[in-house]
Design a protein around this ligand. Structure first.
Ligand code: PHE
Length: 489
């Protein structure tokens, strides 16, 4: 079938927007009444309720970023001061950006690339803005490639827990199990493949059917397990040391690069800066408050990360381990708890299962921008779009697999493949994407449109605060952090 889709904006105006093989045919009426564009619905359907959107977006936000990445980068960057910068970034950069992204997506109801095309036309701005959408799709791919590998580790740990590999294990034994595991490319490839196929299968089933339901019971489950584990951590001798490490800022440990990493983590963990949330916004019914939803999502995400820190650092100090042991930190610490606490066998299995599901609800968000684009612009079926994008990310993921064994010492700019992809995406692409989204929402988009979409309750003041943050604070912060890293400041 030829790829020809016509999206009807509003019958009243007989205005049509036609798209033939990615070439925009129809003229876009920039003088359209405001409700014209917002009356449109996404061709992929809509969330059944505000709650469904919040759960799905929280599912995208909560994942390996909170439980695997936050603890290990906090450990590498000295603790308290890093956490403080991260929290500030979530509040002042992450939340306003999440609102901006949701708003852009909801306004256009299309994939990120298309969204930028439509909204630049609407604002009468330069066409080059659609490259922003491209960067987002690219960042999603790159992140997914290594995300799937690490989620594969978590999947393998479900099985290891089930077979009692950690029962009664000492810190040294747990570390040895992890090291033996990552030394084997075949094992990593097996689990990476399994996770990627699962992601593709879920996304192929479509937005509502696919994951709305599973995420709904999964997140509370993960939360409950984490609270239980904090309870365990409180009984260990390392608890106060862990608490101190996490919350007592020592600014002498903060370098320019660690500020960049903290900022990058705020983007990564909230899934902002790459259009993922834009896609979710596209499926959002128009009567849902974007501000309230964004704050709830960011709040839930932050709580999960802090809980992970509260569990992991006490175990680190209690067992004489080092906070800066890198990407293996979670896998070298949590099993100690599972192996030695009452009911740990079951808790361990349930925890890793929940973690895999949390990772799945994030990987789905990583692949969705590309899939939506292939469907909308290239006329692919959902299945075909999933197979193409998932396979490409899978191949890229092999680079990460080998970064933990055969290529561990193959380095460029002092970083191996995994570290490079991580740095490039979380610390460069997402902040640059966020910078551009902020500039677009704050400066390019017509004020009446952003006001209409955001529909903030406190009318003037709330809107002004948001506008100030996206127009000035976000761009300036990203810019200053970059200058600082390259040594100009
Ligand atoms: N926020 C996810 C996590 O913390 C990762 C992610 C990043 C998902 C960007 C989607 C987009 O695990």
């Amino acid at each position: 079938m030829r790829n020809f889709s016509v999206v009807q904006y509003n019958v009243r105006y007989f205005t049509r927007y036609a798209n033939y093989n990615g070439v925009l045919l129809g003229a876009y009426r920039t003088d359209m009444a405001d409700e014209t564009i917002t009356d449109k619905k996404s061709q992929h359907g809509e969330w059944s309720s505000r709650f469904a959107f919040i759960m799905a977006a929280t599912g995208s936000a909560v994942g390996l970023g909170n439980i695997w990445k936050f603890p290990y980068i906090t450990g590498e960057n000295g603790g308290g001061a890093f956490v403080l910068v991260y929290l500030l970034c979530v509040l002042l950069i992450g939340i306003p950006l999440m609102m901006a992204e949701t708003m852009l997506g909801r306004r256009s109801k299309e994939n990120p690339i298309h969204t930028m095309e439509i909204l630049t036309a609407e604002a009468g701005a330069d066409k080059n803005w659609h490259y922003l959408g491209w960067m987002g799709v690219g960042a999603g791919f790159l992140i997914l490639s290594y995300y799937s590998v690490i989620a594969g580790w978590a999947s393998a740990y479900v099985v290891k827990s089930f077979f009692g590999s950690f029962s009664g294990a000492s810190a040294g034994e747990v570390k040895a199990i992890f090291e033996a595991f990552v030394a084997s490319p075949m094992q990593l490839i097996f689990w990476h493949t399994l996770f990627m196929v699962a992601t593709m299968l879920i996304v192929a089933r479509g937005i509502e059917k696919g994951f709305e339901k599973s995420v709904r019971f999964l997140l509370p489950w993960l939360f409950a397990l984490m609270v239980l584990l904090v309870g365990y951590a409180m009984t260990t001798d390392g608890y106060f040391q862990g608490l101190n490490f996490l919350f007592k800022p020592d600014f002498s440990k903060l370098t320019a690069d660690s500020v960049l990493v903290a900022m990058g983590q705020a983007f990564f963990t909230l899934s902002v800066g790459m259009g993922s949330i834009m896609v979710y916004g596209a499926y959002l019914p128009k009567d849902v408050s974007i501000a309230k939803s964004s704050m709830m999502i960011a709040g839930a995400d932050t709580i999960m990360a802090l809980l992970a820190g509260l569990i992991i650092f006490p175990i680190v100090f209690n067992n004489g381990l080092h906070p800066n042991s890198g990407p293996g930190l979670v896998f070298e610490t949590l099993p100690i708890a599972f192996g030695n606490m009452f009911g740990g066998w079951l808790v361990g299995i349930l925890f890793f299962v929940a973690l895999v599901f949390a990772a799945l609800s994030s990987s789905i968000a990583l692949i969705e921008p590309a899939v939506a684009w292939l469907i909308e612009n290239k006329g692919f079926s959902r299945q075909k779009a999933c197979i193409y994008s998932g396979s490409l990310a899978w191949v890229l993921g092999l680079g990460t697999v080998f970064s933990f064994n055969a290529w561990a010492n193959v380095k460029l700019f002092e970083r191996n493949f995994f570290e490079l992809v991580d740095y490039l995406t979380a610390n460069l692409m997402l902040p640059i994407g966020g910078f551009c989204i902020a500039v677009f929402a704050g400066w390019i988009m017509k004020q009446e449109h952003s006001k209409h979409e955001l529909d903030l309750p406190g009318e003037h003041l709330d809107y002004q605060i948001w506008k100030f943050l996206v127009s000035y604070v976000v761009p300036a912060a990203v810019f200053l952090v970059f200058l600082n890293v390259v040594g100009v400041l």
